[in-house]
Ligand binder design. Sequence first.
Ligand code: PGA
Length: 249
Amino acid sequence: MKKYVVGNWKMNGNWEQNSQLLSNLKKNVHSNNEDCYTIVCVPYPYLVQAKGLLHNTCIAYGAQDVSCNENGAYTGEVSAEMLKDMGCRYVIVGHSERRIYHAETNDLIARKTNACLKHRLTPIICVGETLQERQQGQTFNIVQNQLNGVLEKINKENFNNIIIAYEPVWAIGTGQTANPEQAQEVHKYLRQVLSTYTEQEVSILYGGSVKSSNAQIIFSMPDINGGLIGGASLISDDFISINDSINNI
Ligand code: PGA
């Protein structure tokens, strides 16, 4: 199974800071395992910077969102074809911050996923429950609905080109990580849901307050194939150490 460490910079950084961060990563992120991949998902304006600095390195880059439309009169949107043109290979879709602040529905996320797949970009499809949903015992229902909402609309031959990320909303940016067993039980469940669609191996990443101190234990759970890292992906030492963790498992 392929493993990934994906940095999600969110709306952070500037040219100077990015340049330092990417230069540090270039020097210190080593892939000694051919099944481990390192990716940074940067804000749109800095894709060109990532393209320049990450050329000929083992670090790939991607975007944090994409339009569901092909091209045309959609002011402010960025198409999958444009991302491909910028050298992106991955796109985060359906992040909870987009579901919450931009009212993205499962249907829209499915369309964005298909826009990525059409242009051979790998979508990183995010699912996750809120604290209230967890407290009401709804976790499995919620993540299953979110996952079904997208998987039902994907052509079977594309299952070899998707990544799933389980990100409990209550763990994002809060410092409160799901404990490894809590994450594992949801990942196992998601894997069961996936198995009703495909026999392909699909990597499932965990996201939500992953740090250098907890990465190793989380990544060593059987159904967790890496992480989607927010805050800690902006600090080079932390992101490098999280990468080392995945390479050492
Ligand atoms: P965090 O964010 O690591 O800062 O919790 C993860 C994410 O939102 O992808």
